[in-house]
Design a binder for this molecule. Structure first.
Ligand code: COA
Length: 402
């Protein structure tokens, strides 16, 4: 074990709710969801000296109300962490939590920290996308970005047209639907086999119908057939467009947390980490096709760390929209509609996408994938980001190594 490397020790999440009045988290505060997963993280790792955590970093896209008050620090109190733990919050929209992990791991690698809590939360019912935002009018008047591309659905529609115009293979609506069908199938197979019980936390919450237990990813629709997906009304991002609720990520509420630790600290505490942080890259792309981001961010991180796409055994990709996942597969020559390396136990299209939390979900799934696939050596977590960005982190499987 390299003492100054950064390792992923553990992670857990709430189940994801649907962001609407009958959704399981409608009456629950975002920071209470964070508190719940922080409690669970502490419970799952009783030997960790929590007062020595060097920073508690939280991603949230909207940093006001129950996601405000410098949440990374405020949740230290609500989650019963010792006062000595500092905290701050990060906004890189969907990649908020992923950015917390990249920063946290880099703090560790530089010797500035030994233990970092990195998480992400989004309560999209309390904070609808773009609510309260005041984009600089110059962005519109000077035609930097057409206003319709502040809506992510429109960027997905454009990506369908953009790919063949830019030398990439086209992705049809039929392919996006077929991909979505397989993701749902993989998700339910894994769910029924108990895969998600290993990192999802039940939470008792108050709802308009009284106390309930939030114990499922509400969006995932069991029994979905390819036919029902194909026949679903096309969403009016574009007349006769490609995007429907079945081939898009949804509007969701959820919180995800992870614990990162230096090799030194793992050794000292006798903790067996699951993954080693190899490195991260973020990159900007044309904001009107933001879903393309994971392709260049993956190429960038592979190049930076001297690796090839073929070195990656498992890829957890956040499917904001099926079109970008299929575009990614085609660009890198993966097998369509299913490649065993990509989202092997289901993905965002099935369980949902509470924006800033999702990058951390990808990492806890990858860690579990590594446990289940000991031959896998390297893995990737990757996602697209609004305003045109991509983020990718390479992780190395260290399960059973120490
Ligand atoms: C696509 C989108 C607009 C759909 O929103 P919505 O209308 O609230 O979606 P719902 O989940 O309520 O689904 C609408 C209908 O489709 C149905 N449906 C959803 N998935 C289905 C599936 N797999 N099979 C069959 N029917 C399905 C729902 O049951 C619902 O039917 P109903 O109206 O009869 O109840 C919304 O999910 C969206 O904007 N997603 C993208 C989010 C985003 O941009 N995130 C950031 C990415 S960078």
């Amino acid at each position: 074990m390299d003492l100054r490397d950064a390792y992923f020790v553990d992670g857990c999440r709430t189940w994801f709710g649907k962001s609407r009045p009958d959704g399981q988290f409608w009456s629950t505060r975002a920071d209470d969801m964070v508190t719940k997963v922080l409690y669970e993280l502490q419970k799952r790792n009783p030997t960790v000296p929590w007062g020595e955590v060097d920073d508690c970093i939280w991603g949230a896209t909207t940093q006001s109300g129950d996601q405000g008050t410098t949440m990374g620090r405020a949740v230290v109190f609500t989650a019963g962490l010792p006062d000595t733990v500092p905290g701050f919050s990060v906004d890189r929209m969907c990649a908020g939590g992923m950015t917390c992990q990249a920063f946290g791991a880099s703090f560790i690698k530089s010797g500035s920290a030994d233990m970092i809590i990195a998480g992400g939360v989004e309560h999209m019912a309390h904070h609808p996308m773009g609510a309260g935002a005041d984009p600089n009018p110059r962005i519109v008047t000077e035609k930097m970005v057409a206003p319709k591309y502040f809506n992510m659905g429109n960027t997905a529609e454009k990506l369908h047209d953009w790919m063949p115009e830019h030398g990439e293979q086209p992705v049809t609506k039929e392919e996006a639907d077929e991909y979505s069908y397989h993701v749902l199938e993989r998700y339910f197979k894994a769910l029924d086999a108990g895969y998600y019980d290993k990192h999802c936390v039940d939470m008792t919450v108050f709802s308009p119908n009284g106390w309930i237990v939030a114990n499922k990813d509400e969006q995932a629709k069991r029994g979905t057939t390819l036919e029902s997906i194909k026949n679903l009304r096309r969403f009016p991002f574009k007349a006769e467009g490609h995007v429907t609720p079945a081939n898009a990520s949804g509007l969701n509420d959820g919180a995800c947390v992870s614990l990162l630790m230096s090799g030194q600290k793992c050794k000292e505490l006798g903790i067996k980490p699951k993954m080693k942080f190899v490195g991260a890259s973020f990159i900007g792309v044309d904001p009107t096709v933001m879903g393309w981001g994971p392709v260049p961010s993956t190429e960038k991180v592979l190049k930076r760390f001297g690796m090839k796409f073929e070195d990656l055994d498992i890829i957890e990709l956040n499917e904001a929209f099926a079109v970008q996942a299929v575009g990614f597969m085609k660009h890198f020559g993966m097998k369509f509609p299913e490649d065993p390396r990509l989202n092997p136990y289901g993905g965002t299209i099935a369980m949902g996408h509470p924006l800033a939390s999702s990058g951390v979900r990808l990492s806890m799934q990858l860690a579990q994938d590594f446990e289940m696939n000991p031959k896998a050596k390297y893995g990737l977590t990757t996602m697209c980001v609004g305003l045109g960005m991509g983020g990718s982190i390479i992780w190395e499987n260290v399960v059973g190594k120490f």
